[in-house]
Write a protein that binds this ligand. Sequence first.
Ligand SMILES: NC(=O)c1ccc[n+]([C@@H]2O[C@H](COP(=O)([O-])OP(=O)(O)OC[C@H]3O[C@@H](n4cnc5c(N)ncnc54)[C@H](O)[C@@H]3O)[C@@H](O)[C@H]2O)c1
Ligand SMILES: O=C(O)CC[C@H](O)C(=O)O
Length: 335
Amino acid sequence: MDGMDIGSKGVVRVVVTGAAGQIGYSLVPLIAGGKMLGPGVKVELRLVEIPPAMGALEGVKMELEDCAFPLLDKVVCTSDAAEAFVDVDICILVGAFPRKAGMERKDLLAKNAAIFKAQGEALNSVASPNVKVVVVGNPANTNALILSTFAPNVPKSNITALTRLDHNRLKAMVALKLDKNVTYVDGAVIWGNHSATQFPDVLNCKVDGISDPIREAVGGEAYLRDELIPKIQKRGAAIIAARGLSSAMSAANAICDHMNDWLHGTGDKYVSMAVFADGSYGISEGIVYSMPVRTMKGGSYEIVQGLTVDAFSQEYMKATEAELRAEREDALSIL
Ligand SMILES: NC(=O)c1ccc[n+]([C@@H]2O[C@H](COP(=O)([O-])OP(=O)(O)OC[C@H]3O[C@@H](n4cnc5c(N)ncnc54)[C@H](O)[C@@H]3O)[C@@H](O)[C@H]2O)c1
Ligand SMILES: O=C(O)CC[C@H](O)C(=O)O
């Protein structure tokens, strides 16, 4: 992947689609405040919405101005994705049609496939091949796959989907279970789809001050299978049940973590990102699958090799892979 020296850019151009929605409202102040790009980096925000939401988006712009963020160079509002994508550095694709009562998974895919096909075509015609994309709108992994299919000029390695929220959830739950601060927990992995089939894996976790294997320390296989894994797989649904709305604050925070690590590098650590499968860990090409990823300063990354995967892990990893392949088939039949 071509690098991006974030520090050398005068102003970094960032697109957020769905910017008048819930996540958008939590996300844009974090970006304008410097949490995503880092201290001292100026940003031009290009906010994209559908025409009926342009009035609300103007309100978001007014509030951004009223925050008087020192790093915010400019705010542009548009309902034309192609206009927003010209020479953009970072693209955060949040805008999507939310799942309504009675909607099947395939109905959601059909609605959103059209959005990500159109945005892929727009990216392909006007964006720089160096643009870095994270897809957040659900079904995020398959939307990223659709986007890439229609944006062949953008290298596949520059198109990712967000599983950092799941990663952060896993890290936080392990910390809570072991009564440690989150900073003590390292090496968590989310494998597969950002959905209820994802595999939150603690086998490779290390926690400062805990010498036992973490799988045992947190309660062994039975606890993982019956409690921890389902809790993380269903965390999004639990938040919807509790708030009547899907996660927004934590999603916005995770988007900043994802991009910040991608741009600035994880050093000797790794994080979870949904990226194009390349055969690593037996997951063959053709789907966007969450993997342990080490990022390098400047914006390149590699899938971390050699992590421990046993029969317990394999069972979950194959199940989430099967779901992603089925989503891919559905998407291909729709498009
Ligand atoms: N990957 C993750 O970790 C994660 C976490 C939470 C939510 N999500 C998903 O993120 C998406 C957004 O969630 P939200 O709570 O902000 O929803 P929301 O309904 O509050 O906001 C979505 C916004 O997108 C806009 N939009 C729809 N189609 C658009 C298009 N073609 N172009 C530009 N904007 C468009 C809508 O007008 C709306 O303002 C949903 O799909 C949700 O399921 C993903
Ligand atoms: O389940 C949904 O429809 C959205 C859940 C969201 O992606 C989350 O993980 O919080």
